[in-house]
Design a binder for this molecule. Structure first.
Ligand code: MN3
Length: 191
């Protein structure tokens, strides 16, 4: 049985960058629907089976709803009210791969704007190498996810309307870099 995780903060905590109504609908309706659909599709499975399920399924409904559950569960944790600071080993890796944090943000933003229609933009680590990737719908990137941004219209349309660029620009204020750094540490340990 898959369950909708609680948000690690109240629905109004990411204001003014992400509005309360968007969080209520995004978490309470969209993510909840992925969880419900997934349970209807694969009775008897639970969280520990999810990654394997996503890797092996060729059922598009399982891929979409399972990916939706997986990606959103990570996404909520990658944000924190007020944001947090990038430090530690990931700083060096970002600087050496992208020149600087600003250089990284620029390329990540471009990938988010370049994703046509619904999807995600990612910072992932693949064979020890940091990379920016983008995926359609609820597909996962290759490698291990360190940071992800939902660029589906449901993630920003109430507050930002058509303006995905403004959404991405403001989103940097609430990125939980501490969590991203932890993800990096875990990926290094398991590499
Ligand atoms: Mn979403």
């Amino acid at each position: 049985m898959f369950t909708l995780p609680n948000l690690p903060y109240p629905t109004n905590a990411l204001e003014p960058f992400i509005d309360t109504q968007t969080m209520e609908i995004h978490h309470g309706k969209h993510h909840a629907a992925y969880v419900k659909n997934l349970n209807d599709l694969v009775a008897g499975k639970d969280e520990k089976d999810l990654q394997e399920l996503l890797k092996t399924t060729d059922n598009p409904k399982i891929k979409n709803n399972g990916g939706g559950h997986y990606n959103h569960s990570l996404f909520w944790q990658m944000m924190v009210p007020g944001g947090s600071k990038l430090e530690g080993k990931l700083t060096e890796a970002i600087n050496s791969t992208f020149g600087s944090l600003d250089g990284f943000k620029e390329k990540f933003t471009a990938a988010g704007l370049g994703r046509f229609g619904s999807g995600w933009v990612w910072l992932a680590i693949d064979n020890g190498q940091l990379k920016i990737d983008s995926s359609a719908n609820q597909d996962l990137p290759t490698g291990r996810i360190l940071l992800g941004l939902d660029v589906w219209e449901h993630a920003y349309y109430i507050l930002y309307k058509w303006n995905r660029a403004e959404y991405i620009k403001n989103w940097w204020n609430i990125v939980n870099w501490q969590k991203v750094g932890e993800n990096y540490g875990q990926a290094q340990a398991n590499f």
